[in-house]
Structure formats: C-alpha cells, structure tokens
Write a protein that binds this ligand. Structure first.
Ligand code: AMP
Length: 200
C-alpha cells in the first residue's frame, strides 16, 4: 500500500494535484475538506457542526476530524493506496495518524509539500471563488485560512522533515508541470522500494 500526504497552504493546488496523482497511480483520493463539505450538503448533525468551523476559516477540532477520517479511511484499507489531501493539519492529527498507521502496519510513505508564493495563493483562491460555490472562498475567510495554515499546519513541515518523509515541490507552474514534478517524487520512491525489497 502507498500512503501519500499532499501537503500545503490553501490554494496551493492540493485538490487538483491529488486527484491527478490518484488517477495516475490508482490511489484513493481522500480529501477531508470534500468529506466535510459532503456532510454539510447532507445536512447531518455533524455536518452542521463542521459547517460552523469551515465558514469561519477555522480548523475543525481534532477529535471530530480524526473520527470522520477514520470512518472513511478504514473502508480503503485494501486499496493500492491513499492520497490524503488536507489531512493532517495539526501536530495532534499527525501523531494520532502515525499511531493508527503503525498499528495497521501501513506507514505513511511520502509527504509532498507544495510550495507556492503567498500572493499567488490569494490570487488563485479569489479567482476560483466565483465558480467554487464554497462559502469559505471570500477574501476575509481566505486570509484567515492562510493565517491558520501558518500557525497550526506549517509546523508539520518540521515534523515530517525529521521523519525523512518530506519532499518539497514547487507549485508555481502549469498544472501538468506540477503533476510531473510530484510524479517524479512518487516514481523515485517506488523504484527505491522495489530495489530495497529485492535486497532484503
Ligand atoms: P480544504 O477543502 O482542504 O481547503 O478544507 C476546507 C476546510 O475544512 C478547512 O478550512 C477546515 O475548516 C476544514 N478542514 C479540512 N480538513 C481539515 C483538517 N484536517 N483539520 C481541521 N479542519 C479541516
């Protein structure tokens, strides 16, 4: 099984790239944002709670995120792999995630961090706000989401760097070029893993 986290600030292209990479490597694309928006659309009790946080551009509390994620991810335990988009976003999420994967003997393999200049992030999100239909795609909430990223999510770069799993990819290029860059990281990992299996 191949477990990848596509990491980066809001507007860095995680959704688009996760979907393209999932298709290329036959992985399940698991976006917590999408999962939560679907719950909001269904109007469930948990959906209403999620909506309150999301509309403010705040993070959903860790216990709710982890419960929702686990419920969904467990269904894909026998898939070729999962690409996690928008998860984890806090240190607690990352630590619990590691423990769960360790128990399942299915470690996280790669964390690919999308690097995009801040001005470009805001430009992209404002640009997509008319078509996205997302309540959190307005200037005020966008700025809040970027701020939340810096405070609560960015520290994970250090966490994964220390685990030797972090690979940075510039997202400042056309979509296909960025997909190519990510695919190069994934291919290199797969090649090394095959070689390693042959040796041991
Ligand atoms: P996204 O679609 O990834 O931009 O996520 C949209 C919103 O969903 C975020 O601004 C958060 O409010 C919420 N969300 C998604 N994933 C997480 C997560 N892992 N932890 C906390 N909140 C999340």
């Amino acid at each position: 099984m191949l477990n990848i986290v596509l990491f980066g600030p809001p507007g860095s292209g995680k959704g688009t790239q996760s979907s393209r990479i999932a298709q290329k490597y036959k992985l399940v694309h698991l976006s917590t944002g999408e999962l939560f928006r679907e719950e909001c659309r269904k109007g469930t009790v948990v959906g209403k709670v999620l909506g309150r946080y999301m509309e403010q551009g705040a993070l959903v509390p860790d216990n709710i995120v982890l419960k929702q994620l686990y419920k969904t991810a467990i269904r894909f335990i026998h898939s070729p792999g999962i690409i996690f988009d928008g998860f984890p976003r806090t240190l607690v999420q990352a630590q619990v995630f590691d423990k769960i994967l360790e128990k399942k003997k299915n470690p996280l393999n790669l964390v690919i961090c999308m690097v995009v200049e801040e001005k470009e992030l805001i430009r992209r999100m404002i640009g997509r706000s008319e078509d996205s239909g997302r309540k959190d795609d307005n200037r005020e909430t966008i700025e809040k989401r970027v701020e939340v990223y810096h405070k609560q999510t960015k520290p994970l770069i250090h966490y994964y760097h220390n685990q030797g799993k972090l690979f940075r990819v510039s997202g400042m290029a056309p979509v296909e070029t960025v997909t190519g860059r990510i695919a190069k990281v994934v291919d290199t990992f797969i090649q090394h893993r095959c070689l390693w299996k042959k040796v041991v």
